[in-house]
Design a protein around this ligand. Sequence first.
Ligand code: ADP
Ligand code: ZN
Ligand code: ZN
Length: 733
Amino acid sequence: MASNSAQTPAILKVVLDTRLRQAFDYLPPAGYAGPSVAPGMRVRVPLGHRRAIGFVAALARTSDLPRARLKAALEVLDEAPLWDAPTFGLLTWAASYYHHPLGEVLAAAVPAGIRAGAAAVSEITVWQLTEAGFACRPGRLGRRQAELFERLRDAPLAAHEIGSLGLTEALRGLARRGLVESFGQPEPPPPSGPAAQPAPRLTDAQQTACSAVAGSLGRFECWLLRGVTGSGKTEVYLDLIQRVLARGGSALVLVPEIALTPQLVSRFRNRLPVPVVALHSSMTDAERLRAWRAARTGAAPVVIGTRSAAFTPLPAPGIVVVDEEHDPSYKQQEGFRYSARDLAVLRAQRLGIPVVLGSATPSLESLANVESGRYRRLDLPERAGRAGKPRVAVVDLRHHAARDGLAQPVLAAIERHLADRGQVLVYLNRRGYAPTLYCTVCGWIAPCSSCDARLTVHLKRARLVCHHCGADEPMPFGCPKCGGEVRPVGQGTERVAEALAEVFPHAPLVRIDRDVIRRRGDIEKALARVASGEARILLGTQMLTKGHDYPDVTLVAILNADQGLFGADFRASERLAQQIVQVAGRAGRGDRPGEVLIQSAFPENPLLTSLVSEGYEGFALRALAERRAAGWPPYSRLALLRADGPDRGEVFDFLARALEARAGLSPDDVQLLGPAPAAMERRAGRCRAQLLVESATRPALQSFLDRWLPRVESLRAPRRLRWSMDVDPIEVD
Ligand code: ADP
Ligand code: ZN
Ligand code: ZN
């Protein structure tokens, strides 16, 4: 065939779901006559002796290979790109910003079914009578066939409906006689909720927030909506989504993994007059595929999902909401290490629509973005029904020795609140019975054999467990070294539950942590005991701070604030403040003032005192000033080259060579720190270390990474060594 340039098929640049960064060149399938192939469509391609599904990243006129050597794709799987152009553009941008292979980025952005080749648009098979069928007299048919025949004369039926009537066999009979025929029809939309609940009358503050954001519909604006839990943020989201729906648009709502409960989804379904789909990791692949398709076609104009839902295609996106925007779970910690919050903001920017970031405890990044004028801030004051701010006080552990983790003033307060028929919430972010098992004779401490960590005592199960690698072994009766007596030291929730039960035998206690809440529905059961008032004491880890409301809690006791004050990570104090405020925010609903007690051995710590006296705002100002002085984000930009492997020498050697590889790039505006061991150097039998890359500006950091990473990639690394690049890491220890 003569090649003439107008007819020369374009070359498809195809990326695959692998660590390989390069795109592979293919020709369109021989004789392909479908819709023109475009970036964002999937193709099936030959790859050595295998076949693989890849994404078309771009089209080109030329290839480095001679055309004759190019293979043809086997099949084009989509009739249209999976994403709109701005969102596809965001994904390709994200691949370069996070320095992650585009094939893996695109694969991470779709449900497993789409990766495996399932159709992006699904059809169902519908059966109807043929002309011959309409002309036929059913008298000659058997009973079942006649029944189906009568039904089909009324209306066509979907194959699955015929199946659930038990008439599939009859269908085959009618088909053999040529009386019925089938055709394809788009999958019907997911059912809408009852949308029966009326919206409450918005408060003035809610109304102000809604009008401000509504004024930005149709263009990009990033709003930071600050309001404590229960202040009515979700009502603001619902109102804005209604306005977007009224304009024919769709909405994307992101929530942290743990906050996406069936209750939250039904709250949206009960209020919005359209199908609402959820997307999260505990759904089955089939459920996710169905939800993703419904979102993409617009059958479900509201999507509420966790991290990876940020990339869900929507036909007419009108608003993006990121609830609890400070939550660290928005950052993916392996593979494609992206921040779903940051990408949601950038997606809204590319789409030209507003985005609302909601939180009671905004991240310091977002507060800095407000300060610099990039984001605009809206505030919801505490709920009108609340009996004022809770009283917050620090219990000085230097003066009040704690017994089983509970200092005397805390015990006294618990007693007082219980006597007043209040509920008490005790927060301890450490599960298990005790964090260490200690020999009273020789000082031996039970270590994890694979990590630089101690084993946690789980007394009831009589096991020692490593909370870092999962190692799990029987608890010894005596010291394995000297045979001396061993004793659990320190407190976890299991132990504090035991101590509370001893001191307050008549106050039923509910414990919430990962050891007792294991299956779907467990947390609902536990919370129901709290809501009914049957349980008087609620004890738990961070698990109890997320999105739940405890209206009758009048006392909150935080047992181990000090963990966060001296964490190795520069974000440790921010996390601590957020946790304290999130927990404290549960005290004193209704007509009773709340009380918050924070146990600390360092009551004069400036971050703690500013948090107690000025609240989260005061803390955030001080913390931002510290960050600025120390040159930490948001006043600088970081990237982390992490490496781990079974051999310490290999790991450090690799990082040392990576450091050398910057030679000649001479960046004055970029500093490399390390190689340094991770705070926990050995975990699960692997040595972990890192190189920190720091720069005052994003462009300088990016331009350095662009030039440096190809060199790092070309370094010879032992097979068993793993390394990764984390841009904007949220943990740098
Ligand atoms: P947040 O999302 O900030 O935690 P919600 O929107 O869930 O707050 O509101 C907390 C509770 O207050 C909910 O039960 C909600 O129905 C109720 N609520 C919120 N706004 C109003 C209002 N304007 N009038 C009456 N009740 C409201
Ligand atoms: Zn011993
Ligand atoms: Zn371990």
